[in-house]
Ligand binder design. Structure first.
Ligand SMILES: Nc1ncnc2c1ncn2[C@@H]1O[C@H](COP(=O)(O)OP(=O)(O)O)[C@@H](O)[C@H]1O
Ligand SMILES: [Mg+2]
Length: 318
């Protein structure tokens, strides 16, 4: 009786430790392919429930990082944990979904058959297959084409199928490697909606992309990678420091326009004045100042430095 209680307590502690462990934690993960340094000491922590963006140009090491984290490829050095388990742990891998960057499904199978195959590979109990498949098909909007053969699918549909496959079994952590690369704007919008829904469910999403605008909209935090190294990481607000405000205004003379420089750096194109380095909390004061001088305000637009500009800036600094 006593030992049973200890056992239970230990198991509960173990479960709590698992809960508390971050979704991903790695220290100095490095991968060499011959003379190519594909990943040069990746150290990062991704808390549970985050949509984490891994951003960098082609060849930066994004796919390599994902393969190491999944345990598909051994690290040259360094160590890591996913869902509280060492890289490559089979139990953890069953709780992880993966959309590879390059994949081709058997063209002679139907979408539903591909999903059933992956239910089997994921060792999901057969009793839940049809429910899991229906949920995944609905999430990626493929219900109506589920019984058509893959060879009749467009590239975008195949990518959505891949996304559906990655979500079978409600994984706690999902790696999506360039999930929108084959998609048109509508398809990209759909993928974003799916990611929003995953976030609502509390699923951790690790999203590889070289498309900055894609990450900007969905990610809580972003790491920027270049040539195997993380060059910056943080929330978008932290990374995109430069706040600005663009005001369309008339009725001010040149001197009055210039006097606004006390709010920040001015960029005046005659029609609109852009004030850089101005926190949102000072916008009402700026507008009041303009109106007080007799100016007429037609529009006040917040400006954010784009992730793209920031990335290029960091590359230049590096
Ligand atoms: N299996 C491999 N063998 C040799 N070199 C590889 C292999 N996989 C990736 N690389 C090299 O590692 C670097 C990073 O590649 P990758 O991780 O695919 O970058 P990304 O996904 O950011 O485009 C590249 O220089 C690539 O050529
Ligand atoms: Mg890649």
């Amino acid at each position: 009786m006593g030992s049973r209680m200890v056992d239970l307590r230990e198991r509960r502690l173990e479960a709590a430790a698992k809960e508390a462990s971050p979704a991903i934690h790695c220290v100095e993960l490095t991968k060499r392919y011959g003379s190519t340094l594909a990943l040069a000491g990746l150290t990062m922590t991704v808390p549970r429930g985050e949509v984490f963006g891994f951003l960098g140009p082609n060849g930066a090491g994004k796919t390599t990082a994902v393969k190491l984290l999944l345990g598909l490829v051994p690290a040259t050095s360094g160590e890591g944990w996913v869902l509280g388990q060492r890289l490559g742990d089979v139990d953890a891998r069953q709780r992880i979904g993966y959309l590879p960057e390059l994949f081709r499904y058997q063209p002679w199978l139907s979408g539903r058959e591909v999903m059933a195959l992956h239910c089997r590979l994921a060792r999901l109990p057969r009793s839940v297959w049809s429910e899991e498949i229906a949920a995944a098909l609905s999430l990626v909007g493929l219900e109506e084409r589920a019984d058509d053969r893959i060879r009749t699918y467009s590239k975008g549909m195949q990518q959505r199928l891949g996304l559906g496959v990655a979500l079978l079994g409600a994984p706690e952590l999902v790696f999506l490697d360039e999930p929108t690369s084959a998609l048109d704007p509508v398809g990209r919008h759909q993928v974003r909606q799916i990611i929003y829904r995953l976030r609502e469910r509390g699923t951790t999403v690790f999203l590889n992309s070289h498309m900055l605008t894609e990450l900007e909209m969905v990610c809580d935090r972003v790491a920027m990678v270049d040539r195997g190294r993380v060059i910056a990481t943080g929330t978008l607000d932290q990374l995109l420091s430069g706040n600005a405000c663009r005001i369309r205004v008339s009725g001010l003379d040149l001197g009055q326009r210039r006097s606004l420089a006390r709010f920040g750096d001015l960029d005046d194109d005659g029609e609109a004045i852009t004030v850089r380095g101005l926190g949102p909390e000072r916008v009402p004061e700026l507008v009041a100042e303009i109106v007080g001088m007799g100016g007429r305000v037609y529009a006040v637009e917040p400006r954010h430095q784009s992730l793209e500009d920031r990335f290029l800036e960091l590359l230049r600094e590096g």
